[in-house]
Design a protein around this ligand. Sequence first.
Ligand SMILES: NC(=O)c1ccc[n+]([C@@H]2O[C@H](COP(=O)([O-])OP(=O)(O)OC[C@H]3O[C@@H](n4cnc5c(N)ncnc54)[C@H](OP(=O)(O)O)[C@@H]3O)[C@@H](O)[C@H]2O)c1
Length: 263
Amino acid sequence: MRIVPGTPALVTGASTGIGREIALALARKGCRVALLARNRETLTAVAREVEKAGGEALVLPVDITDEPSLGEAVRQVAGTFGGLRLVVANAGLGRYAFVEEQTADIPEQLIRVNYLGTVHTVRHALPHLLAAAPSHVVAVASSAGLIPHRLGSAYCASKSAVIQYMATLRLEVLDRGVGVTWVCPGAVRTPFFEGSNLDPEADLPLLARLLVRMLEPEEVARATVRAVERNRREVVRPFSVRFFAWTRRMSPGLADWINRKLP
Ligand SMILES: NC(=O)c1ccc[n+]([C@@H]2O[C@H](COP(=O)([O-])OP(=O)(O)OC[C@H]3O[C@@H](n4cnc5c(N)ncnc54)[C@H](OP(=O)(O)O)[C@@H]3O)[C@@H](O)[C@H]2O)c1
């Protein structure tokens, strides 16, 4: 879809990292952007940046695991903006541990935030997107949803679930004017890894550390906006991750063997 000045948009996880950059990229196109996350203070700071960049901001502090409040927030955005044409379900977090060392709260929290948070954002937004078609919905998934890695079982599973959900949604709504995209970045330089128990420079598999460069959140934001405008189904960045994902699809046994044997 074309992103024109005044396009009503909603971004979850807009207070930092990738979500903040997507909000700013939309602001530069003159969009009206609803900013959702839990922390009101950081959202308010981003709102000021959005206004400075040429957009209009609406701050809505909400925890996306609180489904009724999330639904109310989406309704409020659509009411205030007079509709909704672009939704970016980006909020998420990472927690990493070997399966045998995981406590129950790790997989439960990742499914609640990363998967169910995305599902409920999309579900509540969809009637508005269908009414405003042509429109578009994006989920920020991860390369981890395509390529498993040690320590990441709960995170990888939550992101694979997001990808399958979005892929199914695309089958259902594309011909009714709603574009659907999922974005799968490799490691991105954001506050994501703080307190996640994963150091991407040390803990990722050797090939990933050697061949996959760290992305900047601005690059992911640019690629996301371009994907919306070109109605792409999947965005995988950087190129080396796209190559690894392709190799895994072609020869999963070989990909697993390399993953197991290399440190
Ligand atoms: N950084 C990476 O290497 C990387 C790679 C691939 C994919 N991703 C994905 O990209 C997305 C954005 O991550 P990021 O790297 O930008 O990390 P980040 O800087 O930590 O941003 C995460 C955002 O999600 C929000 N959030 C977390 N839990 C929430 C909840 N329960 N309710 C509402 N908002 C919540 C946070 O705001 P509050 O804390 O204020 O709620 C924040 O705005 C995530 O889905 C992540 O899985 C990241």
